[in-house]
Design a binder for this molecule. Structure first.
Ligand SMILES: *Cc1c(COP(=O)(O)O)cnc(C)c1O
Length: 396
């Protein structure tokens, strides 16, 4: 099929929820992807922070192929070595005690919300309210879009599940004022991704942790975008010397194979009993083999450290760009390879022009260019992207 035919089939038959770019992607290698016409793009979106090893990493491809030939799926009624190894690895890197494996970010968060409610109801009578932050993003299922304090995701889906309350992100006093004896959990992204790469002030997350401890409120960190080495450490909370009661993961976990997870301390996890939660596909051996391969490569190739180094380098380069275009760029911010370029105007034009020039990035929150590339990139790739953005801004 040619590009026009593919686009036409999609237009006729896919539900009209995506505003897609007119590009048909065909294959990838490392940080590059190629469209069906052979055009090459440097991929600094990486499937939205998913392809942490880039495309077609030989070790990931090999692990998936081997596992596919062995057993792709079996029910969670049985044990597999792949799953046992993965939950052990996740406990080791997180400092938490127990894991549940799901298939996506929303599903991981959905499970985290259920666990928090179970804990709140078991330990305290009907303590079930969850506080989340404005401009956060937690997913598209009914409970997670309710946790997502952004009207544009909620409109049309009412009635929304009860028990959620919103406060401004990074405003400790507002949070402190919002808690009640009914507050069961506070759920936050350590750095807001979809909301525009928003980094909290020094001390904010530590104070939230303290507030939770003082009031027996669970702290849930949604590390779906920030986790898996993205910010320069395996989990973003590890920058702050704190630990949540529940952490959720997905995006980078399988290197592109769908898998999500929620992790909890034993105290919280042990309020779940047999039958309380489940998933047909969650943690199947194919997804687990992929995640194990990603974690092994991450460790062998020191990818969190590379993310930190490349992030610092890219922020330097983008800082120079900001000096060059002060009327266009209001701020450059990020941690590791989770970087936002805040613009004084909408970013969609710039994203499209970058695409024409062979660079994939995206725009979030209207005017923030988001760069979340594979974690194994080198300085040359950063230079290449910054050069293209520079060229695009020059002719804007
Ligand atoms: C992407 C994302 C989600 C939702 O993940 P899905 O796999 O799309 O359901 C939830 N939380 C955060 C922070 C995310 O970045």
């Amino acid at each position: 099929m040619n590009k026009q035919q593919i686009m036409e089939l999609d237009r006729q038959h896919y539900m009209p929820v995506f505003a897609r770019y007119p590009i048909v992607l065909h294959h990838g290698e490392g940080p590059y992807v190629y469209d069906d016409e052979g055009k090459k793009y440097l991929d600094f979106l990486a499937g939205i922070a998913v392809n942490v090893l880039g495309h077609a990493h030989p070790k990931l491809v090999e692990a998936i192929a081997q596992q596919a030939g062995k057993i792709i799926h079996c029910s969670n009624l049985y044990y597999t070595e792949e799953q046992a190894l993965l939950v052990k690895a996740l406990v080791d890197i997180s400092g938490l005690d127990k894991v549940f494996l799901a298939n996506s970010g929303a599903e991981a968060n959905e499970g985290a919300i259920k666990l928090a409610r179970k804990y709140g109801k078991t330990k305290h009578q009907d303590k079930l309210e969850i506080i989340t932050a404005e401009h956060g993003f937690h997913g598209r299922t009914l409970a997670t879009l309710t946790a997502t304090a952004q009207p544009k995701y909620q409109k049309g889906y009412e009635p929304l599940p009860a028990g959620f309350k919103y406060v401004d992100y990074n405003d400790f006093e507002a949070l402190n004022a919002a808690i009640t004896p009914n507050t069961c959990a506070i759920m936050l992204e350590p750095i807001q991704g979809e909301g525009g790469i928003n980094i909290p002030d020094a001390g904010y997350l530590e104070k939230v942790r303290q507030l939770c401890d003082q009031n027996d409120i669970l702290l849930i960190f949604d590390e779906i975008q920030t986790g898996m080495g993205r910010t320069g450490k395996m989990f973003a909370y590890q920058h702050f010397g704190i630990k949540p009661d529940i952490a959720t993961m997905a995006k980078g976990l399988g290197g592109g194979v769908p898998i999500g997870a929620f992790l909890a301390s034993a105290k919280v996890a042990d309020t779940f009993a047999a039958g309380d939660h489940g998933s047909t596909f969650g943690g199947n051996p194919l997804a687990c083999a992929a995640a194990n391969a990603v974690l092994n490569v991450m460790q062998d190739e020191h990818l969190p450290a590379n993310a930190a180094a490349m992030g610092t380098y890219m922020l330097e380069k983008l800082g120079l760009l900001q000096k060059k275009y002060p009327a266009l760029i209001s701020q450059v911010r990020g941690m590791g390879l989770m970087i936002g370029i805040s613009l004084t105007q909408p970013g969609r034009d710039i994203v499209e022009k970058c695409l024409e020039n062979g660079v994939i990035i995206n725009c979030t929150a209207g005017n923030v260019l988001r760069l979340v590339p594979p974690l194994n990139i080198s300085k040359d790739h950063v230079d290449e992207v910054v050069k293209v953005i520079d060229e695009v801004l020059a002719i804007l």
